[in-house]
Design a binder for this molecule. Structure first.
Ligand code: COA
Length: 338
């Protein structure tokens, strides 16, 4: 059985906001804060579950042994919430970041204290502490797309999308986010500019983004083409049809941008080592190719309404404007040349 909480660890402060070590005596309050049907803190298997006080106590003791820092958030000496900074234990992130120091930030405030800027400040304190303590990446995990305050406090602290996953049927919200924070962006060393899309920010340095020309051999080479949904199914103009592509986040390695776009746009989870670089160097927009197994499933997100596999002689010129079409032509030559 895991040891009781010993109340050891760091204390962080920002004016009247203090994060101090959690003790066994705090757990009754933590139970009351978490026993809130709207609270997504104890989302297990991506569905909210209530816990008994004993189960919560056991769970916090287990977490503290992982190792993890368990904190109480106080404002002017009043306990208002709980925060965790722990080593990453989610298998999907272990797989993707093996050998790297990845940590996870979680936060839960008592309902009367929400929406006053406390969450944003607490996440900033914890994230800065995590990087100072050696974290290479920090994550906000399993945040529902309907949890607007949750997404905002992390994004305000320069966490950016890592993966978006569809929820199982019946979960009550469409998608769940894992957000990643990289130190170059967090500490303001990565150039940033506005992005017109939902993500709002993108890298201001090169490369701007990546295209992945997905193909399969069946036995001829067939090229995968998405049709974007936002202007309607009949739209055929610029950006109507392109391979999977997207802009890079500040400080995001370009091959991770490519893998993230593939995950979002076609539901394919592939390691960067599976990508073949077609155009890189000082190009503004990098191009990769990826061979997809003939039977592999394609799962579209809401950005796209359909896809096609185009063979030789089929109208690849419908991919426009010129920028993505040039990259597509380069990739097709490289694929055909073997
Ligand atoms: C998520 C949580 C920690 C945020 O803390 P908080 O102190 O309420 O957050 P802040 O006041 O710092 O910021 C909330 C932001 O959400 C915005 N917001 C609040 N309600 C919103 C809504 N319904 N729709 C859109 N935005 C909303 C606020 O305007 C604010 O954004 P801004 O700073 O850009 O103005 C808190 O709501 C909470 O404890 N929720 C339950 C646990 C949880 O979901 N944790 C997150 C996953 S670990």
């Amino acid at each position: 059985m895991a040891e009781p909480l010993r109340g050891e660890g760091f204390t962080l402060a920002d004016g009247d906001l203090v994060l101090r070590p959690m003790t066994e005596q705090d757990l009754d309050s933590v139970f009351l804060w978490s026993d809130d049907p709207e609270n997504l803190w104890f989302a297990e298997h991506e569905l909210v579950q209530r816990r008994t006080p004993d189960r919560l106590r056991a769970s916090y003791r287990e977490i503290s042994a992982t190792p993890a820092e368990l904190c109480i958030v106080e404002v002017a000496g009043i306990p208002v919430g709980a925060a965790l900074l722990r080593q990453m234990s989610l298998p999907r992130l272990h797989r993707a970041f093996s050998d790297r120091d990845c940590r996870r930030v979680d936060l839960q405030l008592a309902r009367p204290w929400r929406n006053q800027g406390i969450g944003r400040r607490a996440v900033r304190l914890l994230t800065a502490h995590g990087f100072g303590a050696g974290a290479e990446f920090q994550f906000g995990c399993d945040i529902s797309s309907e949890n607007h305050p949750g997404l905002r406090v992390f994004k305000a602290n320069r966490f950016a999308a890592w993966r978006r996953r569809a929820h199982p049927a019946g979960a009550g919200w469409p998608t769940t986010w894992d957000l990643v924070c990289r130190p170059e962006y967090f500490f303001g060393r990565a150039p940033v500019k506005d992005h017109p899309g939902a993500d709002q920010v993108m890298a201001a340095d090169l490369p701007t983004g990546a295209t992945v020309v997905v193909y399969r051999e069946d036995p001829e080479v067939l090229i995968f083409m998405l049709h974007r949904a936002h202007q309607g199914p009949a739209y055929e103009g610029d950006w109507a049809r392109t391979p999977p592509a997207g802009a890079r986040f500040p400080a995001e390695p370009i091959e991770e941008c490519a893998c993230r776009e593939l995950s979002e746009e076609i539901g394919a989870e592939i390691p960067p080592s599976d990508l073949h670089l077609v155009r890189g160097g000082d190009a503004e927009w990098w191009v990769y190719s990826l061979a997809l197994a003939p039977g592999a499933d394609v799962v579209l997100d809401e950005e796209d309404d359909r896809f096609e596999w185009l063979g030789p002689g089929e109208d690849l010129a419908r991919c426009r404007p010129e920028a993505p079409r040039n990259g597509l032509a380069m990739a097709i030559s490289s694929i055909r040349d073997g």
